[in-house]
Write a protein that binds this ligand. Structure first.
Ligand SMILES: [Zn+2]
Ligand SMILES: [Zn+2]
Length: 256
C-alpha cells in the first residue's frame, strides 16, 4: 500500500510544497484536501473516493474545489467527504457559496458524529478523536488487516496529549511538525507542533515509523524542521524510521 504525499506544507504553498493532501490509491482514500489536490488526477482509477478532513482551515480544504476537473477527466463520479459537522457546514456555506465557487462537485457529506467514534471505511476501521488546535481539529487512525496508519495534523504535541492513547501500536504515524524548535512560542500561539516535542512524544508512545508533515512553507528545503539537532537531543527510543514528507514523495507503507 503506497502513500503519495501530494501537499506537505502548512498554511500556504511555496515554490516546492503545496498544502496538506495525502493519497492512498489502493484505498481510494485522501487525507485532507489542500492545494496539493491538483496532483491527484493521474492517480485516480476508481469511481468513488473518500476524503477524511482534519478540519476546515483553508490549507486543508481549498482543493475540494478542484474536483470538478477530475469528474470530467477521470473515472471519478462520487466523492465522500468525512469531517466534523460544523466544519462540513462551514465548507458548504462559505467555500461553496455561490459567489465563491458556484458549481458543487458530486460530494456526499458525512458528519463523523453520526457514525460514532469508530466506523468502517472501504475495508478499514477508522477511528477519530479531538486534537488541540484553534477552532478544533480531529485526528484519524485507520486500521487495515495487517497495517495501520494515524494522521495527526494541526495540533500542539505534548507527551501528555490525550490522542496518544488512541494511536497506540500504529505502524505508521503522519504527524504535523510545522515549526523547528526555535519557533516554540509561535507554535503554541497558533496551535501547532515543534520538532523536539513531536519526537519526544513519538518516542514516548513507542511508534516505530514517523512521517513529519505540515511543514512551514517559509522554512526552506534544507532540513526544514531542524531534525538533525532535535534527534541529537532525543537519543533514546526514537522511531526506527523518520521521514520528512516532501511533495510527490511516495512511501511504501507495506515495507514494515
Ligand atoms: Zn493547517
Ligand atoms: Zn489549522
Amino acid at each position: 500500500m503506497k502513500l503519495h504525499c501530494l501537499g506537505t506544507a502548512g498554511y500556504h504553498p511555496s515554490a516546492t510544497r503545496h498544502t496538506s493532501c495525502y493519497f492512498i490509491p489502493e484505498a481510494s482514500l485522501l487525507l485532507d484536501a489542500g492545494s496539493g489536490v491538483f496532483r491527484l488526477e493521474k492517480l485516480i482509477d476508481r469511481e468513488e473516493m473518500s476524503i477524511l478532513l482534519s478540519h476546515a482551515h483553508l490549507d486543508h480544504v481549498f482543493g475540494l474545489t478542484f474536483f470538478l476537473d477530475f469528474v470530467a477527466t477521470t473515472p471519478l463520479r462520487k466523492i465522500h467527504v468525512y469531517g466534523e459537522r460544523t466544519k462540513l457546514e462551514a465548507i458548504q456555506t462559505h467555500l461553496f457559496h455561490e459567489l465563491m465557487f458556484p458549481v458543487l462537485p458530486p460530494i456526499k457529506w458525512h458528519a463523523i458524529e453520526d457514525l460514532g467514534s469508530e466506523f468502517s471505511l472501504n475495508g478499514a476501521t477508522c477511528r477519530w478523536f479531538p486534537l488541540d488546535h484553534p477552532g478544533g481539529s480531529v485526528g484519524y487512525r485507520i486500521d487495515w488487516p495487517g497495517l495501520s496508519l494515524a494522521y495527526i495534523t494541526d495540533t500542539t504535541a505534548t507527551p501528555q496529549s490525550a490522542y496518544w492513547r488512541e494511536i497506540q501500536g500504529v505502524d505508521w504515524l503522519i504527524h504535523e511538525c510545522n515549526f523547528s524548535d526555535e519557533w516554540v512560542d509561535l507554535a503554541i500561539k497558533t496551535g501547532h507542533s515543534w520538532t523536539s516535542a513531536v519526537l519526544e512524544s513519538v518516542a514516548n508512545a513507542g511508534i516505530p515509523r514517523l512521517i513529519l508533515a505540515h511543514i512551514n512553507p517559509l522554512a526552506g528545503e534544507y532540513d526544514p524542521v531542524g531534525l538533525a539537532q532535535a534527534t541529537a537531543n532525543i537519543p533514546r527510543n526514537t522511531p526506527s524510521q523518520i521521514v520528512v514528507a516532501s511533495d510527490s514523495l511516495v512511501i511504501d507503507l507495506s515495507s514494515l
